[in-house]
Structure formats: C-alpha cells, structure tokens
Design a protein around this ligand. Sequence first.
Ligand SMILES: Cc1cc2nc3c(=O)[nH]c(=O)nc-3n(C[C@H](O)[C@H](O)[C@H](O)COP(=O)(O)O)c2cc1C
Length: 399
Amino acid sequence: MLAHKPIETVADAQRRAERKLPKAVYTAILAGNEKGATFRENVEAFEKIGFVARVGGEIAPQRDMRTSVLGQDIDLPVVISPAAAQAIHPEGEVAVARAAAKAGTAIGHSNFAPSRFEDVAAANPKAFFQLYWAGTKDDIAERVERFRRAGAKGLIITLDATMTQPRDWGSPTIPQQLDLPTLVRYSPMGIANPSWVLRYLRHGKLPDLTVPNLQKPGQPAPTMVEGMVEWTNTPLPTWADIAWLGELWRGPFMVKGILSPDDARRALDAGATAIGVSNHGGNNLDTTPSPLRFLPAVVDAVAGRAEVTFDSGIRRGADVVKVVALGAKAALIGRSWFFGLAADGERGVSEVLDAYRVSIDRTLIGLGKSSIHELSPDDLVVPDGYFLKTAGDLPLGAR
Ligand SMILES: Cc1cc2nc3c(=O)[nH]c(=O)nc-3n(C[C@H](O)[C@H](O)[C@H](O)COP(=O)(O)O)c2cc1C
C-alpha cells in the first residue's frame, strides 16, 4: 500500500478530482456559463493584483487568522460556500461539514444539496442555510422555520443565479432519477471510473438526485429537476420580498451575489447583515467582470453597516489575503471544496482547508504581518483603473 500523499494545493485537488470523477460530473462542477469568460477571469483577476512584500519586521510566532462570519467565530477566514454536490461523493456535504468543523470554520448549505440540512448542522453547528427564491411565500416561510428548528445560525439568500445558460463545452443533462434504463445509459461512465463506482458501492448507495431540503410536508423529496422547475417558474424576488424574508428570519442574514455598490445599499435597506460579493463563480452572466474589481466600492458603500464576504475565483490562501486586505471579512470557497471532496472525501476537504491555512500563514509572513487584522489595501499593488466604482463609471466598451 502506497503512503498517503496529502493534497498540497487546490490545483493538486483539482487534478485528483478530474482523475476520479466521471467526465460529466467533473464538467458539471467546473461549470461556468456560456463561453466561460467570467469563470476564467475570476481566477486570473487575482494575478493582476500583487503584494508589497516586506522583510525584517517582527512577526508573532503564531499568526492570528481568527474572525467571525454571520455571528460565528471561525479559526480562519475561509468558509464553505453553499453549492450542491450531487454525484461527487456518497457522504456529500456531511463530510464537508465535518471537515469544516475540524478546521474550525463554518459551512453554508445549499437548498439544492442532496444532504439534509439537519445532518449537516449535526456535523457542524456553525451551519448556515442557503435559499433560492423558489415556490410560494408560504413554501419559503415553511423552509425557514424548518431550518431555524434544525439550528441554522444564519440565512443566506442567493440572488445571482438568474438563468443557467448552456456551456460551449457542453452541459451534462441531469437525469430525473436513477432507474434501470438510466443506469444502463450511464453505465459506460461507471466502467470508465471504477473507483468512483466502488466508493458508492462501499457506502451502499447510488448518487442521490433528490433535493430533500425542498421537501414539502407530507410529500416525497423532489428530484433535482423538479426543484429546478419550481425555482425557474417562480418570479424573481424584489427587494421588498428580500425585506420580507429578513423580517421573517430576524437573525444573521446574508444577501449573496452582489456586485454593484448600489445593490449592496439596497440589500442593506432590506435588512442584510452580510453582503456576499460574488458572481456565482462565473455561473451567472458570462463576461461579468471578476467581483474582485467591485470589492472596494462595495466595502465603501457598506461603510461598516454589515460584514462583507467575497467568493468567486478563490484558489489559494494568497487570494484570501487579498480580499481580506481589501475589506472582506472572509472568503467563501466553492469549487475548492468540490475538488477536495471528489479527490478524497472528508480527508480531501480537510487537506484543502489545511492548504488554505498554510498558504494564508505564509502570505502573512511574506507581508510581515502577525494577524489578518493588520492587513490593508497598502499591502497590495493594483494597476491604475483596476477597481470599478460602479459599472456606470466606466466608458462604454470598457464595462
Ligand atoms: C456546481 C456549482 C453549484 C453551485 N450551487 C450553488 C447553490 O446551490 N447555491 C449557491 O448559493 N451557490 C451555488 N454555487 C456558487 C458557489 O456558492 C460560489 O458562489 C462559487 O462556487 C464561488 O466560486 P468558486 O467556485 O470559484 O470558488 C454553485 C457553484 C457551482 C460551481
């Protein structure tokens, strides 16, 4: 038996995930709408900002990375972003929740996940529930009460997933259910990826295509496809609807999917206690710039009235340090945890989180800092004109 070699970087986890997963599943988590321009830019954006490396200062023997998000104290400024992990690993988000708890951090749990929020919150009490605006207000109110009872410490409403567009490199179709004809159709995938199949067999289950968090009282859990039909048939929420939701929840409340400072102000008016700066990892409108370019303007607009988090394109601790230096409290990671989970289940996610911890630590040392709380924009080198105030401030053609 070969000795286990821990995952060292997110890129390493991604390579292992690609080897492990059937192509259709790997492609589905990579996603990125249409041409994938935003998906690529999200990652490349971090290379355009540099560090002012410092030497010779006095640095504490242990760097302080502790902070808090949605009222929960966390040991590092990296939080699990809500995303549904269908067909990646039989233990799904429960394994992710355990790994996050071991790393001392929180998890956002997607309403489209195949795991029940109750099981995730039992594995990690620092759990937030994420909703899309789907169904009637009564359905939504019923869900909110269910997740309050299950111990949700915060509520996340995601607004920026308005319409998934087909991808130029192909969008895998999601089957309704895994009945015999479907299994036969997908069997070549299993033959090509025996270790993925074995994993499920060892856990005595098939990939779960239901969305149990959208289950209505007295009905079976809907399939992913049924859940998506309900969601896409529901008119998009207005700010008045978001204010209604905030009133109903009356607790730590994140509006996720904000780019424009104007929308950040509206979210604050609607009762948000946290602004999730994000472009959904490039899964919303393709050619939208990286949210990194909007972050300082949103931080200015929020002016300390709520906390700001950042996601989309985070792949290393240095990226986390950059967004914290620009005023975010923490970074949310999406594909990074998918890759860790696909590569090696709970252990893979733990190793990815550890890679973040080590990388944040080394970056702090390189900047001569003892704590993430000492970071500021002065630690960064930014090209002229890189940050956008609002899209309207840019000349036409450069927006
Ligand atoms: C396959 C996939 C599924 C996702 N599902 C959800 C979801 O159900 N709810 C949500 O708020 N965000 C969802 N997201 C977005 C993530 O929460 C996060 O915003 C994004 O992945 C961050 O970008 P990154 O993957 O570059 O880290 C999803 C992202 C991916 C790639």
